[in-house]
Design a protein around this ligand. Structure first.
Ligand SMILES: Cc1cc2nc3c(=O)[nH]c(=O)nc-3n(C[C@H](O)[C@H](O)[C@H](O)COP(=O)(O)O)c2cc1C
Length: 378
């Protein structure tokens, strides 16, 4: 997530532009650390446990704030038992863990796709002991199946991104919309009519700004922002801000966690402007809702979102979720209701994922921790 050159000049103001010039002269300065994105090359070649090979791919799943809230128990041969890492939740903005569960669904989908590439069927039993907090999310049996073909989406796993940079302003084409609808396991609505897009864009912007205005919800995001290569290498999760321009902002003392928490600072305005530029460039939005909102449905929504994001990758269609106005904390209630109305989400239905769709360059991979960080010790 690096800022554009123009945005950077605006944020820094005249005096520090000189420092920025120095930063641009060194393009690798403060680059994303190689170790933090090594996971995108897939499992190491000497990894022969099929479960671990599939897990290495599953860790690349989209998940809220890149918290990677997964823990796996591999103590039983042929099985992966998936748990929630309860130290990696987002209680302020995701009080019921709906989004965290969606991230688990995405993880299970990638696990299943990757297992197919090794000739294994991943038989997923969601919530085998019920949905009480602390119980496993899924028990997955790896069953050898010689007749199984590699899932066609497997090749897209290392290329998939959440694209936060500005899109080029084109709406998704009719052909791409049809291909996304065809792959979607959930009824998918895509809006590209300018008036509707404008109304949705305004709501998304309002929701993002509103969340930034509430200290406890804004802090939850700022706490997981990783500023610069050193913090990224240390955590390998969260929201990464790196690159030469971010380096110069930090050197100038204007980009710190504290300043990003303080309305009116260059850091706070820069964060808001960055998000708003993304929405301003959106010429299409997509979403799906579900009838009911059980944990199993949330898992299914995550699986559907992962497949959609992978198909979009194949088509070179960029995607970025917007979650603020879908979130269930009390202060968001009015905008939450507006978003339901604008997306025609009916009574009893839950808007699970809402995202902008369009075209952009490669936003680059986001960090992941090593596989052993999620494997439970015996
Ligand atoms: C349930 C869910 C909600 C998300 N909400 C947002 C969001 O509001 N804004 C955003 O930029 N990304 C959102 N994301 C994307 C994650 O931030 C992203 O997957 C994560 O940072 C890892 O990056 P990657 O997808 O490029 O691997 C969401 C992902 C999931 C699964």
């Amino acid at each position: 997530m690096s800022m554009t050159k123009r945005g950077f000049i605006r944020v820094l103001g005249g005096g520090a532009v000189f420092a920025a010039g120095a930063a641009w002269a060194v393009p690798r300065l403060d680059a994303m650390p190689e170790a933090a994105i090594a996971g995108w090359k897939g499992p190491s070649s000497d990894e022969c446990d099929t479960r671990r090979r599939a897990l290495a791919w599953a860790m690349l799943a989209p998940n809220p704030h890149n918290m990677q809230p997964w823990l796996v128990d591999l103590s039983e041969l042929e099985f992966v038992t998936l748990h929630v890492d309860r130290t990696r939740l987002l209680p302020q903005t995701d009080p019921f863990g709906r989004q965290i569960t969606i991230g688990h669904g995405a993880f299970l989908e990638l696990l299943s796709i990757a297992a197919s590439a090794d000739g294994y069927r991943a038989e997923i039993a969601p919530f085998p002991l019920g949905t009480e907090a602390g119980q496993p999310v899924a028990r997955v049996h790896f069953v050898r199946d010689a007749s199984l073909k590699t899932d066609a989406l497997f090749a897209q796993i290392p290329k998939r991104r959440t694209t936060r940079i500005a899109f080029d302003g084109r709406p998704p084409s009719a052909e791409h919309i049809a291909a996304l609808r065809a792959i979607s396991d959930m009824p998918l609505t895509i809006a590209i009519e300018p008036a509707r897009v404008e109304a949705l864009r305004k709501l998304a912007i309002a929701g993002s700004e509103f969340e930034m205005s509430i200290p406890r919800t804004h802090k939850e995001s700022i706490d997981v922002v990783r500023l610069g290569a050193e913090e990224i290498a240390r955590h390998r999760d969260g929201i990464s801000l790196t690159g030469p321009m971010m380096w110069a902002l930090r050197q100038a003392g204007v980009m710190t966690h504290d300043k990003a928490m303080t309305p009116g600072t260059l850091a706070w305005n820069g964060g808001r402007d960055y998000a708003l530029r993304g929405y301003a460039s959106a010429a299409g939005f997509g979403w799906f809702s579900t009838d009911g909102n059980t944990r199993a449905i949330q898992i299914a929504a995550g699986r559907a979102y992962a497949r959609l994001n992978l198909k979009a990758t194949e088509l070179d269609v960029a995607m970025q979720p917007h979650s603020q106005t879908l979130q269930e904390y009390p202060e968001m209630a009015a905008l939450f209701a507006d978003m339901r109305r604008e997306t025609a989400t009916g009574e009893g239905r839950t808007l699970q994922m809402f995202f902008r769709l369009g075209y952009a360059g490669d936003a680059g991979p986001s960090p992941r921790r090593p596989l052993d960080a999620i494997v439970m010790k015996a």
